[in-house]
Unconditional design. Sequence first.
Length: 207
Amino acid sequence: MKLELLPAVDVASGKAVRLTQGEAGSEEDFGHPLEASKAWIDAGAEWIHLVDLDAAFGRGHNREVIAEVVAQSGEVKIELSGGIRDDASLEHAIQLGAKRVNLGTAALEDPDWTAGAIERYGDRIAVGLDVRGTTLAARGWTKEGGDLFEVLARLDEAGCARYVVTDVTKDGTLRGPNLELLKSVMDKTSRPVVASGGLRLWMTSRP
């Protein structure tokens, strides 16, 4: 079994930040996103998970900074996330050069569009399942998005290639992942599951 690590660089107001439990206003500043990304790249990272938090919260975007990071990342693969909810934002992410795009709110609120995106782009689409208990969180974790296992079954049927599972209550705490949650998801799908929330690094459970 191969272990893949996906260091996350979250971007808000043009800066690399860390939020605690997804709460807006809890940002801890880590400087310019390009510098944060290059630190991971210099350490040997093969992936960077790049998140536009402002787009996720619906309060603007960091497209110029995101584009700069992607352009300067060389051979390192980029997974983009945050506010990708329609054809225009998805096409923009793909054209920037993202190896993979992580859908969140759209997968919960617009199943037909999400199924179409999965059909068009296959394994370049992952879906983020952000969870409190077994209830999904949407709109930058500010709204409820339905039952985890009902949505998982629908996405599996649509052919989703990969899931990024986050326990919102663990995110940004560095206290370890919710192993029970991860096991329950992996029991329901044969697709790769990326563990997120409470980790210093992201990791994938299956090759």
